[in-house]
Structures are given as structure tokens and as C-alpha cells.
Design a protein around this ligand. Sequence first.
Ligand SMILES: [Zn+2]
Length: 393
Amino acid sequence: MSIVTSEQLVARLQQQIAQLEPEEFATPEWRKKAVLFDIRDVQDAADGVIPGANLVTQRFIELDIGRYQLEQDQPIVICCYGGRMSLLAARSLTELGYRNVYSLRGGFSAWKDAGFPVVKPVTLDAAERKRYSRHLSLPQVGEQGQLKLKAARVAIVGAGGLGSPIALYLAAAGVGYLRLIDPDVVEDSNLQRQVIHSTATVGLPKVESARQRMLELNPFIEVDARCERLNVENAADLLAGVDIVIDGSDNFDTRYSVNSAIITNRQILVSASIFQFSGHISVFAPHLDQPCYSCLYPVRTPNELAPSCSAAGVIGALAGVVGLMQAMETIKLILETGQPLYGKMMIYDGLRGTTRLLSFERNDHCPDCGRERRSVEELSAQSSHTACGMEGL
Ligand SMILES: [Zn+2]
């Protein structure tokens, strides 16, 4: 068999691979149904991309495509510079078994020349690439995943035992916008577990102490410090504008207020509680038809059954373990990888060194996300003013 020239190869692929005209791809129907991959060099794509494009290096498209978890029949459109490289990439995906792969004829140049919209993509600069290199080499993260982290907006309720490791690790991971909400100041007795603070910041508002430390760790992120007490009246406003809320609070009133707010705001809630040597972690997403906090705990725990942290004590390392499980769930949610703890409660027993998973369902009669949802006024009247403690299951 004689050697095939690149022109012959392209001509052959043009026969084998379906090609899509820019005019057709610009129709709302195609824009909606197809997943678009731009396989140009990141530096070239930085000047402009077709809206909605996923940036994937052509060299690795076969290895990267799996993490998008696409159905075999999902229409996939590949865009390169002029419509030649995309033929090769489309052939690779076809070989992997994808049945609806198209090459954009004429590539990005043809799209742009035809006057169709182009947007500037969010990209990583050289310093960010160096900083996040251990993420970039993970197939589940890569450049696209790091950009998702950069674009993510997360609120952390409480800058204490759970909030400290959550805030530190999400800052380090490059979550682009982190809002911290806590009304308290740093005290000496906090430092046994609230490791984001330091002896030097005793007396400062916790959110300010934490903000300083987070920006020292990662100046590429934005930290929005809110020195306020979250309650049922202000929760929805305080938490507005973020995708994910992490509850690291230490009392039931705040937990129910946060739960009510995420139902109103249609947000995901990563929740946890700790007590002495054990912790509970779960993820609630009622807007995605998953259970909420009140589906699991419809009846409020009476004050006397919820001993306070200061009375009952807590191991500092436990706050670290459980807070980082919350951080891990959050990163998974942002990256859209793995299985979130929806409808599942992970119970960590520090004394035994074991974890257990319990399953629970959405409750149609839930007082907060069910049909007969209680009002803010009712919630306010039911406030228990309970200190830290973990609910019994
Ligand atoms: Zn519910």
C-alpha cells in the first residue's frame, strides 16, 4: 500500500465524516441539541470562540471525551481552524463509538467570516496553569474543569470549625468567587479547630481573618466577606447569586434558614454537622427533585436534645475531616463528576474510623419543599435558638 498524502487523507475523511455548514449550526435547533468542541490551541481560542464551545486539545480528545459523559447518539460538533483537523478528531470519536459526530465545515474561520457571534472564553493564564498543574493533569479536571472552578460561585455559611477547612481548600482549588458569612470574631478557644484563623487575628471578625488567609493562599480568587448573622428573614438575600451553598453553621436555626433560602433561590446545599467524634454529610437539591434538609429532619430538634459544642466538646481534627468532605462534594458538583451525596447521608465515626451511607427519599409532605410549604413567618416563629449539636437519625 502506498503512502497517502495529507490532501488525500482529508479528501477521504470528507467522504466519511458528516460535515455541518456554519449556517446550519447557527440555527437554534442545532445550537440547542449539539455539544460543541473547539480543538484549536488554547492560545488561539483565547481571542474568541463560538458561544458554548468546550475547549479540548485535539491531541487528547479521545482521552478527554469520556468525562463529558455523552450518550452514544448525542450530536457532537467539532470545530478547528479551517475544518481539516476537526475531520481527524471526528474520525477518532467515531472510532470510539459516537454515532453523531460532525465536523464544522470551514472551522472557526468560516463561522467568524459569516458574521456569527463570537465570545471571549474564560481562560487560565500561565501563572494559573502552573498553580493548578496537579488539577490540569487529572482527566476529571483538566483545563475545562479548572475553568469551571474559576467560574464557580460558592457561599460558605460559618467561618468556624467546618468553614475553616472548606474555605482554605476551595480557595486553594481556585473556586473563583467565595462568599463567607459569619457574624462572630475570632476567639482564643476557636483556634483548637478553626485553623484558617491565627493567634494574630484573635479579635478580628472571622470573615475578615479568613479572607486575609485565603487571599494569601490564592490571590487569583475573589473573597466576599459578610460579617452578618444569617437568619430566616435575610437568608435568601445573603445567599443570592451563588450556585452552591455550603452550610458549616453550628445551630439548627441557621440550618433551617439556609435550607429555606436554597429552596427559594434554587441552589444546591452541601450540609454537615459534627458532634464530639462523629459527623454527618449530605447534599440537598430540591430544585433537582432531590430531598432537602427538612425532608430528612421535618421535626425540629428540641433545645434540650441538642447539647452545645462548648458543653459537649469536639475534636478539632473531626471538623477538618468533615469540612473537607463538604469541600470534596462541592468540587465534584462544580466539575460535574462522580456521584453527589443526593438522598444519601454519610456518617463518619472517628472513633471507629468507619463511614456508613444511609439513603433517604424526598418527602412529599416536607414542610419546606413539599406542597404545603411553611412561610418565612412560620419558620421564624419556630426558631429554636439551639446551639451546636447533631440530630439523631
Ligand atoms: Zn424537603
